[in-house]
Design a protein around this ligand. Sequence first.
Ligand SMILES: NC(=O)c1ccc[n+]([C@@H]2O[C@H](COP(=O)([O-])OP(=O)(O)OC[C@H]3O[C@@H](n4cnc5c(N)ncnc54)[C@H](O)[C@@H]3O)[C@@H](O)[C@H]2O)c1
Length: 248
Amino acid sequence: MAGRLTDRIAVVTGGSAGIGREIARKLASEGTDIAVADINPAEETRALVEATGQRFFSAKVDVSDEAQVNVFAGEVRDALGPVDILVNNAAIVPLADFDNATFEHWKHTFAINADGPFLTAKAFFGDLKHSDAGRVINITAAAYWTTPPPFVAYASSKGALNGLTHVLAANLAGHDVTVNAVAPSLIQTATTLQAVSEEFFDQTVRMQDLKRRGKPEDIANTVAFLASDEAAFITDQIIVVDGGITRR
Ligand SMILES: NC(=O)c1ccc[n+]([C@@H]2O[C@H](COP(=O)([O-])OP(=O)(O)OC[C@H]3O[C@@H](n4cnc5c(N)ncnc54)[C@H](O)[C@@H]3O)[C@@H](O)[C@H]2O)c1
């Protein structure tokens, strides 16, 4: 399908569900072939992407496992070609306040949320630097600034991802690759509908300037813009997409 992103190839980690699935669908609707790395099957995402006429590849990959990520990078190249857009979306949100956060909890959170994006950036660096429109887009979180107490490891891992965004932007600029992050606040997905009460959603909406729930489309639209030529002069930015709840 013709669009702003015709003839590009994107990797979306954690693209089987939630925000990642919508990012995959949106990028495909703009003309991009999609590869998904996820620990869960991506058949629903496959159907959405193939319905747009774009090619799709997925593999079972734990983004915290260097060997799996490197094998995946080779498989994507064989299946679709060299990658132009890397969207680091896979993450976990395990809850523990500082009192209860064990070192294992901390390391596990960082392994997926911070090591994962480092490993994928390493694995696809060779592709990105040869692309005419190379993009890295990291999905971070407004929780880095709002820091709810049970988010000790999660918010810290997103801080590490913000740091990686900053240093990668400087390191890849010489290859004309832009590196940015998108920071959602509470977005309604199957996961958050299970994890969060209706009352908490309503309370969050009341605290936002814009009085509605955040949707995966709000994040996917921002990612598509950052991936497009229209955003070619934007790098090293964290775009907060939160209906106006985060004051920073
Ligand atoms: N939903 C929100 O309210 C919200 C708010 C702020 C930030 N975010 C961020 O947005 C991104 C997506 O969140 P979501 O709500 O769609 O989450 P989700 O739980 O619905 O989806 C996450 C996906 O990542 C996959 N995944 C988990 N561990 C993995 C691993 N080790 N390797 C590969 N894949 C793995 C899961 O299988 C799943 O498909 C995350 O980075 C999250 O931190 C979400």
